[in-house]
Design a protein around this ligand. Structure first.
Ligand SMILES: Cc1cc2nc3c(=O)[nH]c(=O)nc-3n(C[C@H](O)[C@H](O)[C@H](O)COP(=O)(O)OP(=O)(O)OC[C@H]3O[C@@H](n4cnc5c(N)ncnc54)[C@H](O)[C@@H]3O)c2cc1C
Ligand SMILES: *[C@@H]1O[C@H](CO)[C@@H](O)[C@H](O)[C@H]1NC(C)=O
Ligand SMILES: *[C@@H]1O[C@H](CO)[C@@H](O)[C@H](O)[C@H]1NC(C)=O
Ligand SMILES: *[C@@H]1O[C@H](CO)[C@@H](O)[C@H](O)[C@H]1NC(C)=O
Length: 507
């Protein structure tokens, strides 16, 4: 039956039935297969197996996935590999021309560990290609007679050209095998589409990770910069929109005193610690990925990190409580001032920070201050970029939010001062929708956001993270609130770590 099905479904000129070969020839043939026919020594398509299949497809930022089921002994598969790789090269990896949109993967059905997985997808011949949204593959299956399925067999993929054609039809795109990087921007440049910001959650992680890479690489932790960094870490631990960054920030906070004691002399210590600390990835080992999604420029030198940083700052500003607004203002101003390597940016930003005369009491006021500061930067840069031609032609600086995103934000236009009159309530609402809800909507599906920004979640993360001391949440909150103005749990945690060695007992 299986053999029959295989021949019946076979879409390739030569293909292998899954029922024929097995066992003993495997090892010999694998050696042959190890030498890649494209002459490149690494593959672009991501090799999956039963162990990582679900987790990779769950975590990928890509909107679509292709899964190729093959067998390493199958000659048709070996001949097909260069074609598949040609397409994978466009979409996979940091050097991809169109990164983060489609993930191309392969599963070797001739490996015993994958037998069940291949059965679940009724793989009847090799190679057999499937298409679908990545989450649909997680714990998924496919049957030939199924009428409606979220997973589709790619029935015309014999050559790289035909596979790409098929993909173009599915995505209404015009990807080409000869596309140059940054030349042909697709699926990601509609500024007035409010849903686009959902992709920025990946950029917020990317920016966070890069910011800390820079700090560690440039040995920016000095006695005088410890306090600003700890403050920012507290803010991230409590309110970073991504759960795994909250977790990493918490971990760094917990071990901060050990890694950087108050009396350490900067560069010597940081050299000693190099191996331990520079390997620390604050948002987990999958980040940074090496590319941007929402913040991707149409040139390689535009947007990226600074865009991701803005989005991070805005996303923090809409997550804080009223009582944290002044702390957040200080944490962000000091962080930019001490750790943002763009000299002009930090100077300008510091000036704007310094001109604030009275403390913030409301989260709303701080979020609106950040918004208006960002617009001041936009206004200045739009003139600068227009005269110097340094901007990104596809992303000209404009006042935010544009009318398409929020027409109710606009009250009118003051002729005398040539300034927009804003409805600030509406602007705050727009900020909260955009950077609060929509930003994490994609991640919610994937369970990486966690219990939205609550301190309970932060504590839970911290406990999971180091598996050390455990205190009742209520007690922790009470002590923490009493002893620290902000970042309550993280602060409490830190002081506990200082005074006692971790215990592993629960009592
Ligand atoms: C703190 C800071 C200070 C900077 N100062 C300077 C400087 O002095 N000189 C300089 O050349 N560059 C500066 N930059 C970099 C510059 O602001 C841009 O980040 C960079 O030019 C990339 O621009 P972009 O088109 O990606 O949009 P960005 O300005 O980076 O904005 C990212 C996204 O945020 C949204 N957005 C835009 N404006 C607002 C707003 N007012 N409120 C909320 N959301 C908004 C939009 O969706 C936009 O795509 C600074 C960056 C930061 C983080
Ligand atoms: C599955 O793939 C992962 C990642 O490539 C690898 O580390 C792991 O060893 C593989 N498992 C088996 C059983 O081959
Ligand atoms: C951009 O997004 C808006 C809002 O979703 C939509 O109306 C518009 O047609 C889109 N423009 C393009 C060029 O896709
Ligand atoms: C950007 O692209 C140009 C041309 O491809 C290249 O010379 C330059 O090194 C790139 N810059 C960066 C920062 O990657």
């Amino acid at each position: 039956m299986k053999l029959f099905l295989g021949l019946f479904l076979c879409a390739f000129s030569v293909c292998c039935s899954s029922a024929t070969f097995s066992g003993s020839r495997r090892s010999i043939l694998r050696e042959v297969n190890d030498k890649d026919q494209t002459g490149v020594d690494h593959d672009y398509a991501v090799e999956l197996n039963a162990t990582n299949f679900d987790s990779v497809l769950k975590d990928t930022p890509a909107t679509f996935a292709v899964v190729e089921f093959f067998a390493h002994w199958c000659p048709a598969c070996r001949n097909y590999k260069p074609h598949y790789e040609k397409v994978a090269r466009l979409f996979n990896g940091a050097d991809a021309v169109h990164p983060g949109i489609i993930l191309l993967t392969r599963v070797d059905c001739a490996l015993k560990i994958n037998t069940k997985l291949c059965d679940k997808f009724s793989v009847g011949h090799y190679p057999m290609l499937f298409w679908g949204a990545p989450p649909k593959f997680v714990g998924g299956s496919w049957e030939p007679k199924q009428e409606k399925s979220d997973i589709h067999v790619i029935d015309d993929a014999r050559t790289a050209d035909r596979l790409l054609n098929w993909i173009n039809k599915q995505t209404s795109s015009s990807f080409g095998l000869d596309d140059q990087k940054f030349q042909n921007e697709q699926l990601s440049s509609n500024v007035s589409d409010p849903e686009q910001i959902a992709r920025a959650i990946y950029d917020v992680e990317e920016a966070t990770s890069i910011a800390f890479d820079i700090i560690l690489e440039h040995k920016m932790i000095k006695p005088e910069t410890r306090a600003p960094l700890i403050k920012f870490l507290q803010l991230l631990t409590a309110h970073h929109p991504s759960r795994r960054c909250r977790k990493g920030a918490g971990e760094l906070l917990v071990s901060f005193d050990d890694l950087y004691p108050t009396d350490f002399s900067s560069s010597q210590k940081q050299d000693d610690d190099k191996s331990q600390v520079t390997n620390f990835q604050i948002c987990g080992k999958e980040v940074p990925r090496g590319y941007w999604m929402f913040c991707r420029g149409s040139k390689n030198e535009t947007r990226g990190f600074s865009c991701g940083l803005w989005v991070l700052l805005h996303s923090l500003s809409v997550r804080i409580e009223d009582g944290e607004s002044q702390f957040t203002f200080n944490a962000i101003c000091d962080f930019v001032h001490n750790f943002f390597v763009c000299e002009e940016c930090r100077q300008h930003f510091y000036k704007m920070c310094s001109s604030v005369s009275s403390p913030f009491n409301k989260a709303r006021d701080f979020a609106l201050w950040l918004w208006s500061s960002h617009n001041k930067v936009n206004e200045r840069l739009s003139k600068e970029e227009a005269s110097l031609g340094t901007g990104d032609p596809k992303f000209p600086k404009t006042i935010w939010p544009p009318k398409q995103l929020c027409s109710s934000c606009y009250l009118g236009h003051d002729q005398k001062s040539n300034k927009i009159e804003w409805n600030q309530d509406e602007v705050y609402k727009a900020l909260r929708n955009y950077y609060g809800t929509t930003l994490v909507s994609l991640y919610k599906e994937k369970g990486i956001v966690g219990n939205e920004g609550t301190e309970g979640a932060a504590l839970e993360d911290l406990i999971v993270a180091s598996n050390a001391i455990v205190v009742p949440v209520g007690a922790a909150l009470a002590i923490a609130v009493a002893s620290c103005a902000f970042g309550a749990l993280a602060c409490y945690w830190r002081s506990q770590q200082k005074s006692r060695k971790p215990r592993r007992t629960w009592n």
